[in-house]
Design a protein around this ligand. Sequence first.
Ligand code: FES
Length: 159
Amino acid sequence: MTEQESKDQKCDRRTFMTGGGWLTALLGAVGMAGLGSVAGLKPRVLPDPSAQFKIGPPQDFPVGTVKVFEEEKVTICRDSEGMYAISLVCTHLGCIVTYNDSEQRFDCPCHGSKFTMLGKVTKAPAPRSLDWFKISTLPSGQLMVDRSITIPLGTKVAV
Ligand code: FES
């Protein structure tokens, strides 16, 4: 390589570093920022299961039943007056309450709220009762819970 060729090559590198190189770096940075923005648009939580779900025939729920449907975050109860579906989502900050069989109530593990078997708050900080969901009977005789429809607390389904 001659001295002149070597200067030309250095000049090319210099030109690249001062001109084209910076442009390439800038475009790369813009591209990465764009990818970050697109990634930010993706939902970061898993979708909830369907709002409606079948729970079986009424015979599966004799008086005294308390059956927890963990995935759906609902408990189905049946007492002498009928059946009802209570949300297990705490009305304070959304933790999942657990059924306390020995105390016959629902307890929230996060901040200590407590609820009666009917979902009424007996200990704060939960600001209100647990939601009640609609239960309907399908033509097949199966019962279905619809978590998209809340009903007034105490509205039991006679079965
Ligand atoms: S989330 Fe249940 S008491 Fe806070």
